[in-house]
Design a binder for this molecule. Sequence first.
Ligand code: SF4
Length: 76
Amino acid sequence: MVIITLQRDKCIGCNYCAELAPEKFRMSKKDGKSVLLRSVEKKGFHTLKDPDDSVFEDVDKAAKACPVKIISVKMI
Ligand code: SF4
């Protein structure tokens, strides 16, 4: 199980996450910020629990590339 979190309010719309992990992130046409697909929002944090561990590597790359460090990912 992989747990991914995005603190969306702080996104600066650089597009790195959508490029590195397109299966999980898309850029919103409405506000230009990243969207963590199928995530649940709570107090500004968008979280997705994904049983597919194979996404970890791409999302980890995205987390490391994010200039404002608002993506976190962990495998449990
Ligand atoms: S890498 Fe970070 S700042 Fe850039 S679009 Fe994704 S969440 Fe936003």
